[in-house]
Design a protein around this ligand. Structure first.
Ligand SMILES: [Zn+2]
Length: 344
């Protein structure tokens, strides 16, 4: 074997190394050229032992050069193959961040909650503060301080859930009006508040009644507040809620804690005044009770009725939501039927 033979072997080894596709093929090439037994380049080592002098030195250099070149090529290719398999692995585990997700189910506010928020927003623009009050009240705040002493006939309209207790007449509040009292007792005029919250009465459920329902109470007390302010406020608010086209009417009414008293009706959203099951044939739906705060109530709350006057109102967001969204039966709002609730 000559130096030229070794060079030729090295060249062909390098070509093969460049062409291998995986570690097994690489190992096979290595064995064929460099294995101590049977490797074609390694075979030159045994030949070295048989030659002498200049020839031996030349063959030794050729052998070292060929072996070194092939060894280096094997290592380089080895590294390339490892790198390649790492990249193949990476691309197999690749995550497509643009792949669409399973569709998310988005929740939304309950129609009543949404209506309460809208009412709060409308009154916030008029400078009213939204306050919360206790749902469990005593007879004093729920009735007596609002001109409804025991045996007062107006109590009949408030079929009350009473709670067992210590004789203070604990009850589930029948309206949010007690919070008017608590607000006035706790401060000095002017007052501009609304009180959204749950109330309860022992009503038989029907399309416009549910035993537990919501109210938004409002109170405005200042010097020189008149019925004109009340009417202007109610008209503004109802137009904001129902739009200018929907019929609105105010009519005289009676509440023990206001004088004079007014009720506001809105044309039925289903029949627009014709009369249908939803409005019990009336064509109009009572939406709001209101009036000028009775001077006795102001005095009871520690507000001088000779100096201050005010109006109060209470409205039902459940009924308002039913009217605005065309729900025929307010009871549907509480049945948690997702097919209905998701329709909004
Ligand atoms: Zn109707």
């Amino acid at each position: 074997m000559t130096g030229d033979d070794l060079q030729a072997l090295a060249r062909s080894a390098l070509e093969e190394i460049a062409g291998v596709a995986d570690q097994d093929q690489l190992e096979e090439v290595r064995r064929r050229y460099l294995a101590r037994h049977g490797g074609s380049i390694a075979a030159a080592a045994t030949q070295l032992a048989r030659v002498q002098g200049e020839e031996r030195a030349a063959l030794g250099r050729a052998f070292n050069s060929a072996k070194g070149a092939v060894t280096e090529a094997l290592e380089r290719r080895q590294t390339e193959l490892e790198q390649g398999s790492w990249e193949v692995g990476l691309s197999a585990e690749e995550m497509d961040v643009t792949h669409p997700l399973h569709p998310l189910r988005r929740g939304h506010q309950h129609p009543v909650a949404r209506t309460v928020r809208e009412i709060e927003d409308i009154f916030a623009r008029l400078g009213y503060l939204s306050v919360a009050g206790p749902e469990i009240e005593d007879d004093l705040h729920n009735f007596q301080m609002l001109n409804m002493p025991p045996e007062h006939p107006a109590r009949d309209g408030h079929d009350t859930f009473y709670l067992a207790g210590d004789g203070a007449g604990w009850l589930y509040r029948t309206h949010t009006s007690p919070m008017q009292m608590r607000t006035m007792l706790a401060g000095q005029p002017p007052f501009r508040i609304i009180v959204p919250g749950k109330v309860a009465r022992r009503d038989n459920p029907d399309p416009t009644h549910n035993p537990v329902f919501h109210q938004v109470e409002g109170l405005c007390v200042d010097q020189g507040v008149t019925v004109a302010d009340l009417k202007g406020t109610l008209e503004y608010v109802l137009r904001q809620l129902f739009g200018k086209e929907r019929g609105v009417r105010l009519r005289a009414s009676f509440f023990p804690y206001t004088e004079p008293s007014l009720e506001a009706d809105v044309a039925c959203g289903i029949c627009l005044g014709e009369g249908c099951r939803s409005c019990l044939g009336k064509g109009w739906i009572e939406i709001l009770g209101s009036g000028m705060v009775h001077p006795d109530v102001l005095a009871t709350a520690g507000v001088d009725p000779d100096r201050y006057s005010g109006f109060a109102f209470g409205m039902g967001p459940d009924r308002i939501a039913a009217l605005r969204y065309g729900i025929r039966d307010v009871r549907e709002l509480y049945e948690n039927d997702l097919r209905l609730l998701e329709g909004f």
